[in-house]
Ligand binder design. Structure first.
Ligand SMILES: Cc1ncc(C[n+]2csc(CCOP(=O)(O)OP(=O)(O)O)c2C)c(N)n1
Length: 605
């Protein structure tokens, strides 16, 4: 059975159980072929093929809602819901997204990209169905990694008390991107490896296979046997005591068993949690052996630049040798943020807190209060989660936390949920916060050096990569750096970060300009601005951030407060979400190109 013979879930339901094995193999092959070419989430998707086939076999989408947490594991779902033929366009300009998007298909119940939202979404759908008297089945698929996020616990707390028919499928592969962390992870491991429990489950399964069962089959027996099971497996109580029926653990690659379980769970009136065990990367040896580095892979021929994250990792690893105050913190992104080496060199000074950005920020604030020098390395988009904690726990009390804000600016194929274009806007208004943008690796290193002696909240924001290293003037608090000066030019291009500087420097090839590295976005170099605020001057600000609340607005606001004599225009992203397309076209769609810069200057002259 080939994936292209199933274009809707109703076609899937016409297959017999035996045919599903072949279908899974064909889907798996399709995923491997496309992801190896386009890049994307490989191992997570290979681990959820049987699960997704079983869910679509039992539930009736789009009437029923399957909500994928993070959504990075939704490729099989896309293939089964009419997108098998366009799957080649995964993550490409104009192609389908790597995450669920209701605008893309009615089968995608809810937008996702950030972790730990699925349980709140599921409860919302279930309550809406109750309010509207609709017959809507609701399933949330959440990984053990996503179950480290605080939102998931807020939702579990509510789900357990509301008695609505929500099915939670806990896809447990013992991995987040890296090895999963935390007490819940340990608890799941106890459930997984409890031999007595597994033995008992096998007993029950044997009984099921020899005794003809009517009605609820395995689950019925499990319910009946639960008292006994509970005595044996004391730890198996947490979900039950919260009011959520727990079933499992089951083999997440056994499609017929999964179908049987889901058919029974679907009839339940209250909330249930079905715990399944999967192998991340299932079916591809290299991915099973190294699921960490096969979690997300780059496309063939992806632009390779010099990674800022590697500079951060090297710097902090060395700094921690010399300065025993230095600690590095990540929220489940050790590899992406460059901290892998640090984690092995200084295991005692490294903390992976799980997908828990809010916790990470407040934790760092208290580390700083207690005499540690914490560096929280985090993607711009995920730091959005920690806004209140930055205000309340870090900035009010001026805690010396350094935020290494990676993947700032547009991110390319991960698309709309992952764009790092808001951080300047949410960081700049917070009192006591200093914000810096390095233009290359050498400058990031200098900024990090500066940060060691800086005793206040600091954010250093940078995209994934930079082109080349330059010679730089020393870092002086609140001072900018002149990169190109031309006495005959009355145009000043103020650049926040490397991408902005690259644009300005390519424009300089065609026109005389003054190019300034606005390495401190907060505080602004007001002395410099006062110097260029003259009639006849043109000031252009460039940044890879949304315009509202960004660097340009901040410059405009300052000049305005002084009585603006120069002309000033801000080039930045417009007030719209940016979908999955490569970095260069995302920038050019927003007019962040040398050509547009020159046109704007021309229109002002
Ligand atoms: C708020 C947030 N922080 C970080 C991430 C990055 N991220 C994407 S998937 C993932 C791991 C998810 O692990 P799990 O839920 O167990 O799914 P698996 O890939 O193992 O199937 C992480 C940390 C994210 N998507 N959202």
């Amino acid at each position: 059975m080939n994936y292209d013979q199933v274009t809707t879930p109703s076609e899937l339901k016409r297959l017999n159980i035996k045919e599903l094995g072949g279908l899974c193999a064909s889907i798996r092959e399709r995923i491997i072929n496309v992801v190896e070419k386009n890049g994307g989430h490989l191992a997570s998707n290979l681990g959820t093929v049987e699960l997704t086939v079983a869910l679509h076999y039992v539930f009736d989408c789009p009437k029923d809602k399957i909500i994928f947490d993070v959504g990075h594991q939704s490729y099989t779902h896309k293939i089964l819901t009419g997108r098998g033929d366009v799957f080649d366009g995964l993550r490409q300009n104009g192609g389908i997204s790597g995450f669920p998007q209701p605008e893309e298909s009615e089968y995608d119940a809810f937008t996702a990209g950030h972790a730990s939202t699925s349980l709140s979404v599921a409860l919302g759908f279930a309550e809406a169905a109750r309010q509207c008297s609709a017959d809507t089945g609701v399933v949330a698929v959440i990984g053990d990694g996503a179950l480290t996020g605080g939102m998931a616990y807020e939702a579990l707390n509510a789900i357990g008390s509301e008695h609505l028919p929500v099915t939670i499928v806990l896809n447990d592969n013992n991995m987040s991107i890296s090895k999963n962390v935390g007490a819940m992870s340990k608890y799941l491991t106890r459930l997984r490896v409890s031999k007595k429990y597994v033995g008992m489950k096998n007993e029950i399964k044997r009984a099921v296979s020899i005794i003809p069962i009517f009605g609820d089959g395995i689950l019925h027996l499990m319910d009946k046997g639960k008292k006994l099971l509970k005595r044996i497996v004391l730890s198996n109580k947490m979900f039950e005591e919260m009011g959520i029926s727990y079933y499992g653990p089951f083999d997440g690659h056994n499609v017929s068993e999964l179908i049987e379980i889901f058919e029974q769970v679907r009839k339940k009136k209250g909330p249930s949690l079905v715990h399944i065990i999967t192998d991340k990367g299932h079916g591809l040896k290299s991915a099973v052996i190294d699921p960490e580095h096969s979690h997300g892979i780059s496309s063939v021929g992806a632009m390779v630049g010099n990674d800022f994250s590697a500079i951060l990792g090297e710097f902090l690893t060395d700094a921690a040798e010399k300065d025993n105050r230095v600690m590095a913190v990540t929220a489940a992104m050790a590899i992406g943020t460059g901290l892998e080496k640090f984690s092995t060199a200084h295991p005692d000074r490294f903390k992976d807190v799980g997908i828990a950005e809010e916790h990470a920020v407040t934790y760092c604030a208290a580390l700083a209060a207690g005499g540690v020098k914490p560096y929280f390395a985090v993607y711009s988009t995920f730091l959005q989660r920690g806004f209140d904690q930055i205000v309340h726990d870090v900035c009010i009390s001026k805690r010396a936390v350094t935020f290494c804000v990676d993947r700032a600016g547009v991110v390319g194929a991960d698309g709309v949920t992952h764009q790092g274009v808001f951080d300047l806007s949410y960081l700049l208004p917070i009192p006591n916060m200093t914000v810096m943008c390095p233009t290359d690796g050498a400058e990031l290193k200098a900024m990090l050096e500066f940060s060691l002696g800086f005793d206040a909240p600091l954010a250093i924001r940078y995209p994934k990569s930079y082109k080349i290293n330059r010679e730089h003037a020393p870092i002086i608090y609140g001072k900018w750096e002149e990169i190109v000066t031309d006495k005959n030019s009355h145009v000043y291009v103020l650049c926040a970060g490397g991408r902005a500087l690259d644009i300005a420097l390519s424009a300089v090839e065609d026109k005389k300009l003054n190019v300034i590295n606005a390495r401190f976005v907060k505080p602004l170099d007001t002395e410099y601005l006062d110097g260029i605020n003259k009639r006849g001057n043109i000031v252009i600000t460039l940044e890879d951030n949304v315009r509202a609340g960004g660097f340009g607005m901040s410059v405009l606001q300052y000049l305005n407060s002084k009585g603006m004599l120069c002309k000033c225009v801000s080039l930045a992203h417009d007030d719209k979400f940016i979908d999955n397309r490569d970095v260069a076209s995302s920038l050019s769609d927003s007019g962040l190109t040398a050509e547009n810069l020159l046109n704007v200057v021309k229109s002002l002259e």
